[in-house]
Ligand binder design. Structure first.
Ligand code: ATP
Ligand code: MG
Length: 449
């Protein structure tokens, strides 16, 4: 029996089936052309902005030891309790986690590389973070943050500096309607006094607590104030206020921050209920919020975290920082910021014939060396179809090379659009190849590109 015969007797296996389509992971987004230009613009603005305040970039790994976040963020937090992507390395059993935020990682790196040996450091970062949350508008499982960490600074001037940075970034991006909410959560001893009063208050009203709150009552009652449960708002409203438990030094620090903000004209609202979700914060905490994004209106959160460096094994170094949610910022940019111009190239190279293709290929490389953005037609097709692509590319000029041009060492340059969209469009001229880049550079200057 031949192989063919046995093949034919199993038709089900022999019919090639269309492969099943795979989709991305829920809550993790693709960034497509169209939006990616807006990201690039944001990244450019951010790099310039950070330099303007003397902050230098740090890039740390996306994966860290799980223990870092347990210790750095706190065990009784939403993030550590239920949002972390943690796994055991199949090869060596290490407990690892995709970073849910980056302050802990930056501080870990600063300690590990002894960055603070010669004084305080101003650092910034950007990159993806991972939290297993319910995906919805403005809340994703992979999202991105831009963050700033000022390590080793004790005074209120740094709190005001990082807050001023945020305001400037909104201004640089042309964003409006983002307002600042500010609070002081004092120092650990002050919070303990407040905590006892809080527990007493919530115990006296135990029947009104939801399951989350009951669980947190004795572990982290401060977090109950952070509840999003509408049924508990009235109860939370009447709770003892941390502000009444602050000591002299904390009050003075907070006053210092406020007076600097007033001096540079940044308005704020003191929100006594602002406590922030992470354990390591102390004294100043702040959030920037907008009404333009629906329920997920917090664009940026930050504050002081004096205990963290020591908690992670370093020499005590009072510090302050914030993290901006990039997706939320981009949505605001889309809504309120300036429109993004369609990306366009300078030149689209149209060619036909084998000899012409080789010439066109070298011409395209030569034009790129001269600094032009060049798209080379690929995939064959007649001149008409190629010109259609050239138009769609947004190019200012088509450079046409057929076999005649290739033989004569010339190109036909065709203007696809004038400076005002139509003027000069359709004009064409034959240009020798060795003068082509000069010709095009001059022509592009003349069109105002
Ligand atoms: P929320 O209360 O909205 O969950 P958070 O306190 O957990 O916020 P932070 O840890 O302070 O948020 O993170 C700083 C910023 O990062 C937030 O203000 C927000 O803009 C953004 N952010 C946080 N989690 C997400 C997420 N899952 N998807 C998109 N952006 C996020
Ligand atoms: Mg959260």
């Amino acid at each position: 029996m031949s192989d063919e015969a046995s093949f034919a007797s199993e038709p089900a296996a022999s019919v090639p089936r269309k492969a099943e389509r795979l989709s991305g992971v829920k809550g993790m987004n693709d960034l497509l052309p169209g939006d990616s230009e807006r990201w690039e613009r944001l990244e450019q603005v951010v790099a310039h902005w950070a330099r303007g305040y003397g902050y230098r970039q740090i890039r740390t790994p996306i994966v860290e030891h799980t223990a870092l976040f347990k210790r750095g963020i706190g065990e009784v937090t939403d993030i550590v309790e239920k949002e972390m992507y943690s796994f055991e390395d199949a090869l060596n059993g290490e407990h690892l986690t995709l970073r849910p935020e980056n302050t802990a990682g930056v501080v870990r790196a600063a300690i590990e590389h002894n960055l603070l040996y010669d004084g305080p450091k101003r650092l910034w970062y950007t990159g993806p973070m991972f939290r297993h949350e319910r995906p919805q508008r403005g809340r994703y499982r992979q999202f991105h943050q831009i963050g700033v960490e000022a390590l080793g600074f004790a005074g209120p001037d740094i709190d005001a500096e990082v807050i001023a940075m945020c305001q400037r970034l909104w201004d640089d991006l042309g964003l409006q309607d983002i307002r600042l909410e500010l609070n002081s959560i004092g120092d650990p001893a002050e919070r303990r006094g407040h905590r006892e009063a809080l527990i007493a208050y919530f115990e006296a009203n135990a029947s009104q607590l939801d399951a989350d709150a009951q669980r947190r009552l004795h572990t982290n009652p401060l977090r109950i104030l952070d509840t999003k449960n509408p049924a508990m708002q009235a109860l939370v409203e009447g709770a003892p206020r941390l502000a009444d438990f602050l000591g002299e030094a904390s009050r003075e620090h907070f006053e210092g921050v406020q007076s600097l903000l007033r001096a540079i004209g940044i308005p704020f609202r003191i929100n006594p209920r602002l406590v922030r979700g992470l354990d390591y914060y102390n004294r100043t905490v702040f959030e920037w919020v907008t009404d333009r994004l629906g329920a997920q209106g917090t664009v940026c959160g930050g504050g002081r975290y004096d205990p963290l460096v020591e908690m992670l094994g370093g020499k005590a170094a009072p510090s302050c920082g914030f993290a901006i949610g990039v997706e939320r910022l981009l949505e605001l940019m889309r809504e309120t910021g300036e429109a993004m111009p369609e990306p366009a190239c300078d030149v689209y190279v149209v060619h036909q014939g084998d000899a012409a293709r080789t010439v066109a290929f070298t011409v395209a490389e030569g034009l790129r060396s001269a600094g032009l953005d060049v798209v080379m037609h690929a995939g064959g097709g007649g001149f008409k179809a190629q010109f259609k692509r050239a138009d769609a590319s947004g190019a200012e000029f088509a450079v046409v090379i057929g076999d005649d041009e290739a033989a004569a060492r010339t190109a036909t340059v065709k203007s696809l659009r004038g400076a005002d969209g139509a003027r000069g469009a359709g004009k064409q001229e034959s240009v020798p190849l060795d003068g082509l880049s000069d010709y095009l550079v001059d022509a592009l200057v003349a069109t105002g590109d």
